[in-house]
Design a protein around this ligand. Structure first.
Ligand code: NAP
Length: 249
């Protein structure tokens, strides 16, 4: 029997773990393609084939699914990649391909967490007006500009790949790829005398240590709420995604 074709919309640690787990389980019975938006130049390629770049909206994705004779689609993009997830639902429906969304578990809010929850990057920047002066900004490289408008702030920015100069008046940038350990996060907070953190409510284990370290240091955290998941099949564990795929091979 020819191998069944699976497209994983990736760019997350869980998408890579999923690719590895599926190839371990099914070997050559599965032909796996992982897709990346192409924002990071130094990719860490997962097992299987990869493709890089957008599809051209939901219709472009549907055309790709048909042309490549994809049997199954797993949307394992970042929880904030709302556009890609919408395209995945619509494109899969247009092409008649079964789709599952991997939905990373949100972080639970601890009673000692000092979160200020906001909707969107602009609101996060505005929230800083009432908060500290030395801000650890843990958002994407394309989301920095609104913070430049807040006067008299210094920012610590951590990115997988930094493109300098950044659109911020006063900052220090660190290049690093998660997962991060709590001792590392404690040291950054102490060393840079951080008094406020900004984070997307990304969830998952790889970047949770910064949230724990902020709690220990009693820091306010401007927490950007997540977009809602798409309607349809959803799984919150990589093992559950493997089961969903395996049941359809
Ligand atoms: P997006 O806004 O949902 O996607 C915008 C467009 O990028 C899509 O319409 C699609 O273009 C293309 N695209 C996105 N993911 C793709 C994939 N896996 N394969 C092929 N094309 C893809 O998502 P985003 O721009 O990637 O990111 C939005 C948010 O998610 C940001 O807040 C970002 O910081 C966060 N994010 C974080 C991580 C992380 O690991 N920390 C990773 C990714 C994203 P077409 O319409 O042309 O198909």
């Amino acid at each position: 029997m020819p191998a069944r074709r699976l497209l994983i919309l990736g760019g997350t640690a869980e998408a890579s773990a999923l690719a590895g787990a599926l190839i371990d389980r099914h070997g050559e019975a599965i032909d796996l393609v992982s897709s990346f938006a192409g924002r990071v130049e130094r990719l860490k390629p997962p097992p299987g084939r990869i493709r890089i770049g957008g599809f051209g909206g939901s219709e472009g994705l549907a055309a790709y699914l048909r042309a490549e004779r994809i049997d199954l689609l797993v949307d394992a993009t970042h929880p904030f990649a709302a556009q890609m997830s919408r395209n995945a639902r619509e494109g899969a429906a247009l092409a008649g391909v079964p789709r599952l969304q991997f939905w990373r578990r949100p972080w639970p809010r601890h009673p000692l967490d000092r979160w200020i929850e906001v909707d969107g990057i602009e609101a996060a920047a505005q929230a800083l007006i009432h908060l500290g002066k030395r801000v650890w900004l843990t958002v994407g490289a394309s989301e920095l500009a609104p913070f430049a408008a807040i006067p008299d702030r210094w920012y610590l920015v951590r990115l997988i790949e930094a493109k300098t100069p950044m659109p911020l008046p006063d900052y220090t940038v660190i290049e690093a790829r998660g997962p991060f350990q709590i001792e590392n996060e404690r040291t950054l907070i102490r060393h840079h005398r951080i008094d406020t953190m900004v984070s997307k409510a990304s969830g998952g284990g790889a970047t949770y240590a910064k949230i724990e370290a902020a709690r220990e240091a009693d820091l306010p955290v401007v927490m950007i709420r997540r977009p809602l998941p798409e309607p349809g099949d959803r799984a919150e564990e990589v093992s559950a995604v493997v089961d969903w795929v395996s049941a359809r091979l």
